[in-house]
Design a protein around this ligand. Structure first.
Ligand SMILES: *Cc1c(COP(=O)(O)O)cnc(C)c1O
Length: 386
């Protein structure tokens, strides 16, 4: 079985489970992303911090010159601490608390992505109290489904995100009346783990339609932020270690109608960091059930909740063994039936103590870790080999 190139000999002294980060792969990913971006001078990338806010990872991404996309005050602070330029930070979220808005105003972030009329009014008054003006985009709910898991589609009218498509004109007019917010553009985000470019084409069509509608009403459009959502190949991390940024940008270039010189903002998270991370666990027990065989590992949903939360697939490799494959349900120790990494996983024969790599776990892995069952939060191991 084809496996990742892990320095297993270095793992013996480490406490499992831990997150392994291939910093060389992250660097190559950022190189490829920058190479693609250099073909589109108006495109701006803001890394979605919520995918992985590990300080070492944030530092590398900030050093590559990307901006940051944040969804909380804590993330704005983490982005500032990691060295992201304040003006490159954009801040979305349906429920921004006053302290979070104030923190972002004090930092002088580039853009608030405002998600409702009441938020707009609060932002204006908090900015007025400080005697500053806040640059804003309005986050529009485009009512577009994405072909992805129901829990990670965000652009449908039934989802809580963004401003209803039908009342957008009223909200823009209100923004133009207020003295301490400056309307600068529109923001969208339709979901995550999107591999069908048709979904992004549908978004482009919707944005184009909306821009025309606003222009007809004599309203400004400003710049466009199309959010994130590009997916990765969870099935084949060894064959496709870097997401297909080229096709993604080419899709927007072809289908999004903007005047030359208009900035187009992107907010990718998963596709930048998912491939470089693996959760490394050890096999505790191999247990025979009545109809199946279990590999019980020391990692669980408390380190990587995506399989339990979204039925997400992660490829699993036994990186200690080279014996013929057997079929296992790979499960963790947590007292929840959903604490299963993968059913009927075909992996090299397992023995107690083997290292198991759960691949493509760099996004929404460590960032979603919890202390349920009083587990400790996982630590990180950085592999700096290039
Ligand atoms: C989560 C999120 C993103 C990033 O999504 P990915 O699927 O990780 O690329 C971008 N923008 C907003 C507003 C988000 O909430």
């Amino acid at each position: 079985m084809l496996k990742g190139n892990f320095p297993v000999e270095k793992f013996a002294s480490l406490k499992t489970p831990f997150y392994y980060y291939d910093m060389g792969l992250l660097a190559r990913t950022l190189d490829e992303l920058r190479a693609q971006l250099s073909r589109y001078p108006d495109y701006r990338m803001h890394y979605a911090v919520k995918a992985n806010f590990n300080p070492e990872i944030l530092k590398q991404i900030a050093a590559a010159g990307l901006g940051a996309d944040c969804v909380s005050g804590g993330e704005v602070q983490a982005a500032l601490d990691a060295g992201f330029a304040p003006e490159s930070i954009v801040f979305a979220g349906v429920g921004k608390a006053d302290w979070e808005i104030n923190l972002a105003l004090d930092a002088g972030i580039g853009r608030f992505n405002v998600e409702s009329l009441p938020e707009l009014e609060v932002l204006d008054s908090l900015a007025a109290a400080k005697g500053v003006k806040a640059s804003i985009s309005l986050r529009v709910n485009p009512n577009i489904g994405a072909h992805t898991h129901a829990n990670i589609t965000t652009g449908l009218a039934e989802n809580k995100f963004g401003i209803n498509y039908d009342i957008l004109e009223d909200v823009i007019r209100r923004a133009l009346e207020l003295n301490n917010v400056v309307f600068r553009g529109l923001h969208f985000h339709i979901g995550s783990q999107i591999l069908e470019m048709d979904d992004f084409i549908a978004l482009c069509n919707r944005v184009n339609e909306l821009s025309e509608r606003l222009s007809r009403h004599g309203l400004p459009v400003g710049d466009i932020n199309v959010g994130g959502g590009l997916g990765i190949q969870y099935q084949h991390p060894n064959h496709f270690p870097i997401a297909d940024f080229a096709t993604y940008f080419a899709t927007f270039k072809k289908h999004l109608a903007v005047k030359p010189g208009t900035p187009v903002h992107f907010e990718l998270g998963r596709s930048i960091v998912a491939p470089c991370g693996s959760l490394i666990c050890r096999v505790l027990y191999v247990k025979q059930g009545t109809s199946r065989q279990f590999a019980i590992v020391d990692g669980s949903m408390t380190e990587l909740i995506r399989p339990a939360l979204y039925k997400a697939y992660h490829r699993i490799e036994n990186i200690s063994s080279n014996e013929p494959e057997e079929v296992y349900d790979v499960v963790g120790p947590v007292c929840e039936s959903s604490d299963v990494f993968l059913k009927a996983a075909e992996i090299d024969k397992c023995h107690r103590g083997d290292f198991i790599a759960i691949r493509s776990a760099g996004a929404y892995g460590e960032a979603m870790a919890s202390r349920y069952n009083l587990h400790q939060l996982p630590e990180a191991y950085y592999d700096w080999r290039r």
